[in-house]
Design a binder for this molecule. Structure first.
Ligand code: PHE
Length: 383
């Protein structure tokens, strides 16, 4: 009798233990192999439309892969850098050391991606930034071996803008206004100015501001007096909208020009009307790759993808392509496989990485149509 009681008690304990254990078990079956892929973007802060479209596209690319790659079930880990360098460093460190991601897609802006590149190099985890165009993301001054990007770089982007200004707009003079604390803005200002001068144009003035400035009257008063043909504004959509408005109020008639940072549905379309900016792709491109992507994104999210979303889709597929070839969760094996991808087909073209981790790609120039609140294709410029 005593024995029976003990056996019964033992059975109850065993049963309770098994219930508790199954309650704690992850949803995936124990035999299932998992790979963690991180995403970092500005989901809050001054450029949050950039974060939204890149995250949308990242998740869509993973979904189209049926959440699996090389026999692993994909677990995504999302990080927000709020477009500040300190938060970017913190979130990259967390994704790598706590979540143990095998690779990262991100981030969006150069000022965040440059610090992320340092963290990734330290922990030897590869990342592909969809959109950070400053040269220092992959080289500073030596090659950061875990760094890759799906976009062209700013020396090319600045040249493209200057070439269009001289050849298409017949501009003879220009001025630039830039954020002196933003790597992207500083770089693009330099590259545009160098090319514009080399092509025979004259840079009449270059004025600086800082990220928190909201009043640009001192700089714009100087520029207004010089009457440049072009005013180059290499910053993100919020800032250029603000500057554009104040420039017109000062009577500046120059054509506004800028770079990919203008690409947002939240641009002040009326103010920026008639302006031109260099970008990575046009949704009007008739190529089958672009048109089927635009349709897929529109079905999923109800709007056309901007360049950021498109490049995030490409960057995610580059990471998935690397994992497929590596057939491993080991970050260094994935790094090697990404470096070795050849003519990898993406929406924005075929990608092979040079020794510097940068693809060589064409750019487009888009014109702002203020009335219809959209940008239209103006030119395509090859490297
Ligand atoms: N190129 C920008 C940077 O490096 C980011 C960006 C890309 C913004 C594409 C908009 C569109 O900071």
């Amino acid at each position: 009798m005593k024995n029976v009681k003990w056996v019964a008690l033992l059975l109850v304990v065993l049963f309770m233990f098994s219930v508790a254990a199954s309650g704690c078990a992850p949803k995936t079956q124990s035999s299932e192999k998992v790979i963690k892929i991180g995403f970092i973007g500005p989901l809050t802060g001054d450029v949050k439309t950039f974060g939204t479209s890149t995250q949308n596209a990242f998740l869509l690319a993973i979904k189209e892969h049926n959440n699996t790659v090389a026999g692993y079930t994909i677990q995504t880990v999302i990080g927000d850098d709020a477009n500040t360098a300190t938060q970017a460093t913190a979130v990259a460190t967390k994704l790598i050391t706590q979540d143990k991601v095998s690779a990262i897609v991100g981030s969006v802006t150069s000022s965040c991606t440059i610090p992320i590149s340092v963290v990734c190099e330290q922990y030897k985890v590869p990342f592909v930034t969809p959109t950070a165009t400053n040269p220092k993301v992959t080289m500073d001054p030596d090659r950061k071996t875990y760094a890759f990007r799906a976009c062209f770089i700013d020396p090319f982007q600045g040249t493209v803008g200057a070439t269009f200004a001289v050849n298409n707009l017949k501009a003879k003079t220009a001025a630039a206004l830039y954020d002196q604390g933003n790597d992207y803005s500083v770089g693009l200002k330099d590259f545009f100015s160098q090319s514009f001068t080399k092509l025979g144009g004259q840079m009449l003035d270059t004025e600086a501001y800082t990220k928190n400035d909201t009043d640009f009257s001192a700089q714009l008063t100087k520029i207004a007096a010089l009457k440049p043909d072009v005013l180059y504004l290499p910053d993100y959509y919020q800032k250029v909208s603000l500057i554009g408005k104040q420039a017109r109020d000062k009577g500046i008639k120059a054509v506004f020009m800028g770079g990919d940072g203008w690409d947002s549905s939240d641009l002040d379309w009326a103010t920026m009307d008639g302006g031109y900016f260099s970008n990575h792709y046009s949704a009007d491109d008739p190529s089958p790759q672009v048109q089927s992507w635009v349709k897929d994104y529109q079905t999923a999210y109800g709007s056309k993808p901007d360049a950021l979303g498109t490049l995030a889709y490409d960057a995610t597929n580059l990471v998935l392509g690397g994992i497929t070839n590596a057939a491993s969760t080991d970050p260094t094996k994935i790094r090697d496989a990404i470096q070795n991808l050849k003519d990898f087909q993406t929406v924005t073209g075929k990608i092979s990485f040079g020794a510097d981790g940068n693809p060589i790609k064409s750019a487009v120039i888009l014109k702002i149509d203020g009335k219809n609140k959209k940008s239209t294709f103006a030119a395509s410029i090859k490297p």
